[in-house]
Design a protein around this ligand. Sequence first.
Ligand SMILES: C[S@@+](CC[C@H](N)C(=O)[O-])C[C@H]1O[C@@H](n2cnc3c(N)ncnc32)[C@H](O)[C@@H]1O
Length: 256
Amino acid sequence: MSVDALVIGIGTGDPDQLTVAAVAALNTVDVFLVADKGAAKRDLAGLRAEICRHHIRHDRYRLVEVPDPERDRDAADYDAAVVDWHARRTDAYGEVIARELGAGGTVGFLVWGDPSFYDSTIRVVAGLAERGVVRDFRVLPGISSLQLLAAAHRIVLNQIGRPVHVTTGRRLRAEYAAELGDVVVMLDGDLACADLVPIYPDLEIYWGAQLGLPDQRLVAGRLGAVIVEIGQIRAAVRESRGWVMDTYLLRETREG
Ligand SMILES: C[S@@+](CC[C@H](N)C(=O)[O-])C[C@H]1O[C@@H](n2cnc3c(N)ncnc32)[C@H](O)[C@@H]1O
């Protein structure tokens, strides 16, 4: 059998965010594999299905849910636990591809935002190619939440001639330093930036939740002055929608 794979960045749920190339790619897919991450993430799966309905001009495609393997969140070795989780994901996808595309065709992966930021799909599909499960694959970029953050706040992510550092909430406390330049934080369920207030009182934050969706929320200001408000808004969004995703930029000084 000969199966090709497309890894397609779909932005964050608004069908208008897909590129023309991504829409063309969607229309060539026979089977989309969608990770089933349980009830809390059903809403996200629904947004993916809606994007397909909106952009695909035929009805010969199928969406197949693949139960997502559990990740060991208590493992002492974080990196090893993630590598193991990716391997089990690769196994799961390989089995479903063999079952669903026995006669060959194109399998599609709909990736939230852009596939190059904190997403395992490219690694998993590369693993499938190494194993010979897929013959070849292409990646179609999407609009990332960090681009949406910058656009919503009408800012440039870096100050003139300075770097941008992209990291996770898990690492922020240990690695934050003014020399990093502007710092974008993703995957932060605890608002780790609150711990920086006593040490960096002048930090500014540009925060956004549900970026690109109808319930998008934005807050900008001095971190110490707005952190409580951000926590309250975050809790309210989670309460009303069942999930919340937020991203923020930390900046030492305002551009003159
Ligand atoms: C697993 S990462 C995936 C990132 C994605 N590939 C991207 O390009 O945005 C999930 C994190 O992305 C950020 N994120 C994704 N969608 C978002 C949204 N609509 N609004 C704000 N942040 C979002 C959050 O920091 C979330 O914890």
